[in-house]
Design a protein around this ligand. Sequence first.
Ligand code: PMP
Ligand code: GLU
Length: 397
Amino acid sequence: MLELSNRITLMELSPTLAMSQKSRDLKDQGIDVINLSVGEPDFKTPDHIKEAAHNAITNNYSYYSPIPGFLKLREAIVNKLKRDNNLEFTPEQIVVSNGAKQSILNVIMSVVNPGDEVLIPSPYWVSYVEIVKLAQGVNVLIPADIDQDFKITPEQLEAAITPKTKAFLFSSPSNPTGSIYSKEELKALAQVFEKHPDIVIISDEIYEHINYIGKHESIAQFEELKNQTVVINGVSKGYAMTGWRIGYLAAPLWIAKGCTKLQGQMTSGASSIAQMAAVEAFNGDQTCTQDMKKAFKQRQDVAFDLLSEIDDFKLKKPDGAFYFFPDVSSLFGKSYNGQTINNPTDLSLYLLEEAKVATVTGVAFGDSNCLRLSYATSEEIMAEAISRIKKAIEKLN
Ligand code: PMP
Ligand code: GLU
């Protein structure tokens, strides 16, 4: 029969990218939509990084790279991990991919067998559960709501572990909540994992540089977890390079080898030109990441004050990343023009129609009370978006 495989039929469309496309389509029709859906810095890639890419083209970086990336880039990543995180890796333990998304796919596909359980704190980033499904793994969600700052406790972790647990996958700073696990909180989780050396810990640190409360802490810092931890990171968020598609993983050698084998059959090495730009991102002047963080923080402060005026939003000021994730459940049951809001998906659609503001339903992240708003946009646009949201919400009763 001419039909798609079950694996694709059962897969959800990426809701973040789908909502962003919807808002682009509406814009193309001449409708003035403000897009707070996709999480992508609006800054331009810094000039010194762009120049490195120009040089790579001029110097004929036009051939296949080694599958895990140029040695020069893997060395730059090793230095970065030492410099910024005090982590020890060798270039053989690094695999560069087409974005952190592919790095996560590589690890999950390399370690998860059908039926293996993968623990994921919820809310989670949208693609985690779909990637696990692709590997025929079983998603085991560990819920954490706004009252626990969206962070799981060691007791919850311990209770979720079974003999079938193969991996644990989380982000800190978190997308969608912006929450950050402190060193003490990571240590408490690490003490649970020490008792379970067969569980692979996948630590997604793509928002490392967008941290408003202090130094980035990685769960990989605990020596006892050295043989079971994979760090995921990349250049998309910290260096405003989403379209360049460079991410990486730093892993125990056996996992790095598995990922290289998989990548060699799927996509080969990442773009040679983007890799040379990434070398400059990691080795060059780092003030660009600091400047962008400062700008995000200022936007957050302004937008937080405005959003706090919406009484129906239960809101926490996020520690990192560039998302607000308010609990909007007090609006459930309210209606306007015969349209009733029963969940955050209804609210997201209502705001798109009524306020012409694109957001993402918390359901996409495993949360049925919250709504995600990205503030990776200018203060003026953000203020206009919130004013529109406020007016639309005031119409509900
Ligand atoms: N992890 C998280 C938590 C993210 O928000 C994103 C951004 N889409 C990614 C991974 C993937 O990033 P990349 O652009 O490097 O694929
Ligand atoms: N991380 C972004 C987001 O969550 C990018 C979109 C995506 O890759 O799904 O909106």
